[in-house]
Design a protein around this ligand. Structure first.
Ligand SMILES: N[C@@H](CCC(=O)N[C@@H](CS)C(=O)NCC(=O)O)C(=O)O
Length: 228
């Protein structure tokens, strides 16, 4: 059975992506939860993840034969290759190229949104969101691009997800949906409806349920709160 190494569900946005994708499509795997203590070289987290991957970051997918695949994009491509019966990427070539572009853009981009609006599924921080939008031009620009991207892609595909049915691109943007909810970032009605569809889709809903059950406060993941 494949093993997916992940971090805390409330905080680990990168872990969320392959986990929700596999759950959504019913791809069997064993979850290995490596709780964050810190990201210092001496931390238990680092030691446990370094035992399977040379970069010491989650997620890591360990295949049946023991081969470790790290980094979300590599994991997504490996899953698509191994499970061709599931439309993880769109079946149509142009849509597939576009979906890959969107995922690569997420993977390499949105630095302000990622830095200032860290994922925190259980928190509700609307005032922090307002403050960030007023103070951080980068957050405004990142959000503008997200709204523009999702709007044009939903128009092009006809929805309900970015490329019709739920797929890798939606899984990649699920943590952004979480940030929009936590920080109450202003988006259009159509984008709000998309966020809710992602939030209630089976793989994402399962992750969120488990994130809410964690009940663990990690100060180093919490720039805006001192407790729950
Ligand atoms: N590019 C990597 C990013 C993975 C990543 O940064 N994961 C975080 C947890 S969400 C991590 O393991 N951080 C530990 C560290 O920075 O040392 C991917 O796409 O998988």
């Amino acid at each position: 059975m494949m093993k997916l190494y992940i971090g805390n569900k409330n905080y680990s946005s990168w872990s969320m992506r392959p986990w929700v994708l596999m759950k959504h499509f019913g791809i069997p795997f064993e979850e290995v939860m490596v709780r964050f203590d810190s990201f210092e070289a001496s931390s238990t987290f680092k030691q446990r993840v370094l035992a399977v991957s040379p970069v010491g970051r989650v997620p890591v997918l360990v295949l049946d034969d023991g081969l470790a695949v790290w980094d979300t994009l590599a994991i997504a491509e490996t899953l698509a290759e191994r499970f061709p019966q599931h439309a993880l990427w769109p079946r149509e070539a142009q849509a597939r190229a576009r979906a890959r572009s969107l995922c690569a853009e997420m993977h390499a981009g949105f630095p302000s949104l990622r830095t200032h609006c860290t994922m925190n599924i259980e928190a509700s921080l609307p005032q922090v969101g307002q403050h960030l939008l007023a103070e951080q031009a980068g957050v405004r620009l990142d959000l503008e691009r997200i709204v523009q991207m999702w709007t044009s892609q939903l128009d092009a595909s006809g929805g309900p997800f970015l490329f019709g049915e739920f797929g890798t691109a939606d899984a990649f943007y699920a943590p952004v949906c979480s940030r929009i909810r936590t920080y109450d970032l202003p988006v259009t009605t159509a984008v709000t409806a998309y966020v809710e569809r992602v939030w209630t889709s089976p793989g994402v809903a399962a992750w969120v349920r488990e994130a809410l059950a964690e009940q663990q406060f990690l100060a180093f993941e919490e720039p805006y709160r001192t407790g729950r």
